[in-house]
Each structure stands twice: as structure tokens, then as C-alpha cells.
Design a protein around this ligand. Structure first.
Ligand code: HEM
Length: 378
């Protein structure tokens, strides 16, 4: 455990972390990938380019510094991150690599400001936090539905819209149980990409008779073209094998509320549709507000029809003609427990709007498709 004196040193670095956190983590990633190019097989390079992942790591380091006297406060964040780590097969032996380059990143960005005392205190604190992650992840590895990445066969490939495709994949060799709201992780090796690439996709239905379903949105154009989404759209066909790691993630319907509001945009409907199916099956009162661009870009019509038939109150708003979801749509639902999923931009907009309506943060649960800590207040 870190000493009280070293805790004071860490606390004194909070203003510097607030000012330079993302610069430190950006430098850290660049140096780490130079020294360990094999890690490019597990990190999402788009998140690096866009800067979400350096920001998420900086926010986590800041949260750890701010809550050093009460680490309990960051446990929910640790659990969410550990789910991603487990799904990506991050192992204890990776932690010293990250620790070394993180400390060197602090030194490089802060120069003389990073005294030996600061580096020493952060070294100790990093080891303490790393051990927490390693322990939590070890439990997750033990309880995962299967080990590592296992082959599944693509049973269906259905175009929901021109840019969203829904896959159904199956395997007789694994236990396909999961909690509604969780995601699977796909590992692919596109021919024109020098590394393996991993991506998380939320499971979009609890109905698994035909296999596990998830949806992939084609991302980007030209030089921003999403490596994996375009590969999945263009190259993966019915009958092909796909390697998946076991379901992970802590986005789920909490049991203590029966009046629920689900809010989703675009492909963000995926985890929320599974959660709504489960909530209805348990007898809850479900309202679902969904934002799509227009009729052409309105996916999952079959699933929305099923949800409605099962008792959900569904409102689909087409942004092109009716605008975005806003407080007028949310009015009257202030007492419901709220679950949101969508792009980072969508999440930000929804969380801000609900916050301005005076709805307490604790009642808003969300899952962005991207590093969650980059959106978190710490
Ligand atoms: C993701 C923090 C150690 C590899 C993340 C995320 C955070 C984070 C905040 C984003 C989670 C999300 O998507 O919501 C940390 C902290 C660590 C640590 C605080 C140390 C105490 C490691 C180690 C590795 C690793 C040792 C392996 C080299 C990854 C990868 C992702 C990730 C591959 C997914 C990011 C992406 O592909 O964009 N981590 N991590 N992390 N972490 Fe860690």
C-alpha cells in the first residue's frame, strides 16, 4: 500500500494532471507502440487517432489521484474497464509495460516538474492500481463463458440499412449465456491491414435459438475508413468463421426499478433492444425512444415490431424531418430509470439534455460505443 506521504505527493499532482493529462497519455501511447509494436494487434487505432483512448486513460489516472483516499469511488469505473480488458485478453504481464511507459510519459511531458519524488510516488501508486485491475480481471477470466477467442460460424448476414448489417453467429462448443446489455469481441485480420484488429459489438437480442446476433455499422470513408467495420461488411459472408471472445460488459438493467426509459440512436439500439426484451419479460414498464436519420436509415424494424408486440411503448423519431430527441420527448418520464446508448456525440447530447432537466446522474446509465471514461466526470 502507498504511504500517506506519497499520497500527498500524488494529490499535489492533480492540477498538473488536469492541465496535461491527455498530453501525457498521448505521449505514453506513442512511445509504448514504438517499443512494443505487437500491442498494435490489440489497441484500436481509430480511438488513438480520434484521441478518445488517451483521454479515457487520462481521466482514469485523474480519477485515481482525486479518489486516492477513497478508492471505493472508482470501483465501478475499474469494473467497466476490466470487462473491456478481459474481452481483449489483457494479461498481468502487460501491466509492467504500461507502467514503465506511463511514468516515462509523465517525465517527458513535465520535464523538471516531474521530480524523482513524484515519479517514485506515481510508480508505487500505479503498481497498487494495476494489482486491483489484475485481481478483478482474474475473477472475470474465471467466470467467462469461454476462454480466449473461439470460432463461430456466420449463419445470417442481414442488411438492416445500407450501412448497418446484422450478423447471427453460432457455435455448438460454447455456453452462449450472457446478460442483456453485454457485448462480444471480434478478432479479425483483414488482408490489407498489418495487424489483427479487435472490436466490441453489443449483442442485440436475448433470443439465441439461431445464435448470437450483433450489428456492425460501416464507419468512415477514404482515409478515415473503419478497418474492421468495412471488412465485416465487404468480406465476411454466411458460412465464414469468426473468432469471438466471451460476452463482457456491465451495462445492464438494475433490478430495483420497474419503470424504465431506454434511449438510443442509430446502431446504439443494439444493447438496449436486448435489455428492453429482458425487462419486458420480467414484467417491467418499458418506454423506448429511438432516433434514426430517416426511413432508409431505420434499422431493426423487425425487432422494434416485436418489442411493441411484447408491450413496449416505442417512439421512433426521424431526425431528418423531426429533429433530434430532446426534453420535449423526455417530458413525463422524469421518474423512470434511464438507459442510453449511441455514438459519443449522441451520448453527450442526451446526457446534457437530461442533466439540464434536473435528472440526477445516478439515474442515468449509459454505454457509449467508445472509451467510456472519455465522457465521465471524475
Ligand atoms: C482500454 C485504463 C492497463 C490495454 C482501457 C480504457 C481505460 C483503460 C480507461 C477504456 C475503456 C473503455 O473502452 O471504456 C487502463 C488503466 C490501466 C490499464 C488505468 C493500468 C492501471 C492496460 C494494460 C493494457 C491495456 C496493461 C495492455 C497492454 C487496453 C486496451 C484497451 C484498453 C487494448 C482498449 C482500447 C482501445 O482499443 O481503444 N484501459 N488500462 N490496458 N486498455 Fe487499459
Amino acid at each position: 500500500m502507498i504511504t500517506e506521504a506519497k499520497k500527498d505527493v500524488i494529490k499535489a499532482t492533480i492540477p498538473v494532471l488536469e492541465a496535461h493529462g491527455t498530453e501525457i497519455t498521448t505521449t505514453f501511447y506513442q512511445n509504448m507502440f514504438k517499443a512494443h509494436p505487437e500491442l498494435l494487434n490489440i489497441f484500436n487505432q481509430t480511438n488513438q487517432k480520434v484521441g478518445n483512448q488517451p483521454k479515457a486513460l487520462a481521466m482514469t489516472v485523474l480519477a485515481a489521484a482525486k479518489h486516492i483516499d477513497n478508492l471505493e469511488a472508482i470501483v465501478p469505473h475499474v469494473v467497466g474497464i476490466a470487462h473491456k480488458h478481459r474481452a481483449l485478453e489483457i494479461k498481468p504481464e502487460h501491466y509492467p509495460i504500461v507502467g514503465k511507459h506511463l511514468l516515462e510519459g509523465i517525465q517527458e511531458v513535465l520535464g523538471d516538474q516531474a521530480t524523482p519524488e513524484i515519479i517514485d510516488a506515481w510508480g508505487d501508486y500505479y503498481n497498487q492500481i494495476a494489482q486491483v485491475f489484475i485481481d478483478v480481471e482474474q475473477d472475470m477470466y474465471q467466470s467467462a463463458a469461454w476462454d480466449g477467442f473461439r470460432p463461430f460460424t456466420v449463419k445470417k448476414k442481414e442488411f438492416m440499412t445500407p450501412d448497418i448489417v446484422r450478423f447471427t453467429v453460432d457455435s455448438d462448443e460454447v455456453d452462449k449465456s450472457f446478460t442483456a446489455g453485454q457485448y462480444i469481441t471480434v478478432k479479425v485480420k483483414p488482408a490489407d491491414y498489418p495487424y489483427e484488429a479487435l472490436r466490441h459489438y453489443s449483442i442485440c437480442s436475448n433470443k439465441t435459438v439461431d445464435g448470437i446476433t450483433f450489428a456492425v455499422k460501416r464507419e468512415g470513408t477514404d482515409d478515415t475508413k473503419g478497418v474492421v467495420s468495412n471488412y465485416m461488411h465487404d468480406e465476411i459472408e454466411v458460412g465464414d468463421a469468426l473468432f469471438l471472445s466471451a460476452p463482457a460488459g456491465d451495462f445492464k438493467v438494475e433490478d430495483d426499478h420497474s419503470e424504465l426509459l431506454f434511449i438510443a440512436g442509430g446502431v446504439g439500439a443494439t444493447p438496449v433492444m436486448a435489455m428492453a426484451e429482458e425487462a419486458i419479460a420480467k414484467g417491467n414498464d418499458v418506454k423506448f425512444l429511438y432516433s434514426a436519420i430517416n426511413e432508409t436509415h431505420l434499422p431493426f424494424k423487425d425487432q422494434f415490431e416485436n418489442l411493441e408486440a411484447e408491450g413496449a411503448d416505442i417512439r421512433i423519431k426521424l431526425s431528418e424531418t423531426e429533429g433530434f430527441l430532446n426534453r420535449e420527448d423526455f417530458a413525463g418520464n422524469e421518474n423512470r430509470e434511464i438507459y442510453i446508448c449511441g455514438s459519443m456525440v449522441f451520448m453527450n447530447a442526451m446526457i446534457n439534455e437530461l442533466g439540464e432537466m434536473g435528472i440526477d446522474d445516478s439515474r442515468i446509465h449509459f454505454e457509449p460505443f467508445g472509451p467510456k471514461m472519455s465522457l465521465q466526470k471524475v
